[in-house]
Design a protein around this ligand. Sequence first.
Ligand code: GUN
Ligand code: ZN
Length: 448
Amino acid sequence: ESAVDIAHVYRGTFVHSTDHTAVEILEDRLLGVDMEGKIAFIGSGQEVDSLSQKWRFEALAVTQLGQHEFFMPGMVDTHIHASQYSYAGTALDLPLLQWLNTYTFPVEARYKDMGFARNVYTHVVKRTLRNGTTTACYFATIHTDAALLLGQIANDFGQRALVGKVCMDTNNFVPHYKETAEESQDETNRFIGELLKKKYPLVRPVVTPRFAPSCSSALLGHLGEIAQNNNLHIQSHISETKEEVKLVKELFPDYDSYTDVYHKHNLLTDKTVMAHGCHLTDEELKLFREKGASVAHCPNSNISLCSGMLDARRVLNHKVKLGLGTDVAGGYSPSMLDAVRRTLDTSKALTIQDPQYQTLTFEEVFRLATLGGSQALSLDEHTGNFKVGKDFDALRVNTAIEGGPIDLINHGEGPKVLLEKFLNLGDDRNIAEVYVAGKRVVPFVERP
Ligand code: GUN
Ligand code: ZN
């Protein structure tokens, strides 16, 4: 006899990653979700009668997936600038440091206007959810109130999110877009306090120094202390371009490396995610591994801004946690399916340069987009795959949409082929439903 009440039961094919297998295919399974949105059981479809007695659900109330449908875990965007969504798809003609000064900082300065913030933040949360991002790790701007609003919007639409109020006390090009180290520290404390007070079940604050060139050593130190005292997540950027690495050497001459700058300020922990890392040395990756810090691979951005090509295989060989990010708007696409394809493209480009290179497989990249991302964000206790006890964060994928992007010409394509076609050809039309913590959040439901 079970004491747990079951809210929903789904029957069909489930595709996910485990610690041992990049793509595990579970055919004709029954998956039960409890009232808290957690996966209560996974059983065989043929056992529906005995399972319905054990778990006390109506066999007739089971949701049956169609022949060309499967559930996969929701995708995890480990690095996205919600504030930059307003100019996604433009302004990709300058290298990183000039791009920041010319396009990014002037736009981010506009988020003191809460109306502007509400408009953009609503659009980015809806667009990413619609495209299957069930968990997003967001940069907002330096503005605390707008960052809190982003947390509220993610909560209202039902997206799992880490939200960061950006911290920067150095800006020589757009001088009105920065804070003093003290303001940044005080506002970060206010942001964390206010966000935690709201008790949004899926939203957590993340301490967010923009990157070392935008932060004084004093500010980095304050932020390391805040993160440590409150056991919080940390996000930033690292070694995206060679020019930036050189600048950090000039600004922080007494440190062993770029990674060492963050490390010595207590910003490299097992809850740290650093975007890019294209130009990290083996020594630096060793330090990442030692500290349990992770890398967010953002291939669209790295190609769009001509920043570099991350050797993802090398990161994996170092056993450093790795997730994928869209990095809107250095990356122009808000869709994690694009991040999957760009990751494969980058790996294949590295293979063109060196035929001995061990190209990433689509199965491995599927894992990076789901379980890998949840591990990179240290949220894998709650999400990332279909394991009993985790939250049900899932996409109901339908590969056979009339007039959609996938043609199924051969009969009886198996689930693995359907997954591969979805990853390479699919889009939001193929995402029939999105669930976060057991709640259906796509199609959108009106909330008060
Ligand atoms: N480094 C510091 N800030 C940023 C940013 O906003 N985008 C990217 N791609 N890199 C950064
Ligand atoms: Zn970024």
